[in-house]
Ligand binder design. Structure first.
Ligand code: CAA
Ligand code: NAD
Length: 287
């Protein structure tokens, strides 16, 4: 197995890809980020720089660390630039077809046989993604949490085919280089956290949908009654309603559990483009 991971590729610079790229750059790793268009790449870079600025203003990093992290970030719209990467983390939309197409191409591009190909999927079984490659032993799930610079957890998901050295390499990267806490999960839709969290979010949406309680009261109840940092509707807005629906769909497809099925209110809001914080409106309005 080759050296310590120092060259990372991130696919997607949405809220998660940007967050993962930021924590890697802050950890002194060379980061190459893929986005489909120049405009999206520019938006991704701006998102990371804003977050680094926030780190400076809250005293977590110095001006110099911010500058150095920014230098370590490069962007491309050509996946073949990922040939020399030792670890790639895919963080595109929660859609199996899109992810498998990317992994199929990535597997041909990344030349190092010891390289780790990871997906940040919230819920899609990793084996479904790994079978798109000729080398499924180097595919794992590395599931980060939102906001990535703040939340210390990473779930490591291994499949029936993942090689243990690859799993150990991914775990060492998350723990020793990024300083995250790692828990291992078997390859089941939703893994550990979302298998517990998403039915709770969906139940909160059903409560609002049925008029059982207002969204403000549901959120207030969980913040003040259970000391959660935010209530379930605000959290759904933070995650993205499209992502919560896709996670629900994937968990429902796997287990046929009614509590995992997306409530009609969630489906209607996604159709209406009310995706939460990222589009400026979801259950709440944003600046
Ligand atoms: N980037 C970097 N830093 C951020 C940040 C971001 N996007 N958002 C917040 N922070 C930092 C702030 O700088 C601040 O740091 P200091 O205390 O050092 O100043 C700290 O986090 C707290 O931020 P705020 O005071 O602005 O706001 P807050 O206290 O209301 O916290 C929150 C905001 C961190 C989002 C908090 O409400 C929280 O942890 N909420 C729960 C989030 C959660 O449950 N995430 C998991 C979602 S599920 C998931 O990710 C998996 C999946 O597959 C869907
Ligand atoms: P996002 O909507 O912020 O970003 C989506 C990204 O996917 C963007 O970079 C976009 O350019 C890219 N994309 C969209 N369609 C594409 C296509 N057809 N081909 C290539 N790229 C495409 O989403 P996000 O919240 O960053 O989620 C990304 C991944 O991370 C998903 O798998 C999601 O389940 C997972 N995740 C999300 C959260 C969360 O709280 N939002 C937490 C953990 C994991």
């Amino acid at each position: 197995m080759s050296d310590k991971i120092q060259r990372v590729g991130i696919i997607g610079a949405g809220q998660m890809g940007a967050g993962i790229a930021e924590v890697c750059a802050r950890a002194h790793v060379d980061v190459l980020v893929y986005e489909t268009t120049r405009e999206l790449a520019a938006a991704g870079r701006a998102r990371i720089l804003r977050s680094l600025d926030r780190g400076v203003s809250s005293g977590k990093i110095t001006e110099r660390e911010r500058e150095q992290a920014a230098w370590r970030l490069r962007f491309t719209s050509d996946l073949s630039d990922f040939a020399d990467r030792q670890l790639v983390v895919e963080a595109v939309v929660e859609n199996e077809e899109v992810k498998t197409a990317i992994f199929s191409e990535l597997d041909k591009v990344v030349t190092d046989p010891d390289a780790v190909l990871a997906s940040n999927t919230s819920s899609i079984p990793i084996m479904k993604i790994a079978v798109a490659t000729a080398n499924p032993e180097r595919v794992v799930g590395l599931h980060f949490f939102n906001p990535v610079p703040v939340l210390p957890l990473v779930e490591l998901v291994t499949t029936l085919k993942t090689s243990e050295p690859v799993a150990k390499r991914a775990e060492a990267f998350a723990a020793d280089i990024l300083g995250k806490q790692v828990v291992r999960s078997a390859d089941r839709s939703g893994f550990v956290v979302n298998a517990l969290l998403v039915p709770y979010l969906l139940s909160a949406i059903r409560m609002v949908e049925s008029g059982f309680a207002t969204k403000e009261d549901v959120d207030k109840a969980m913040v003040l009654g259970c000391a959660h940092p935010m209530g379930p509707l605000a959290l759904t807005d933070l995650v993205g309603l499209d992502t919560v629906k896709s996670i629900a769909d994937s968990m429902y497809a796997e287990f046929k559990e009614p509590l995992y099925s997306a409530p009609p209110l969630l489906m209607r809001m996604v159709e209406a483009g009310l995706l939460g914080k990222k589009t400026g409106a979801g259950f709440y309005q944003y600046g």
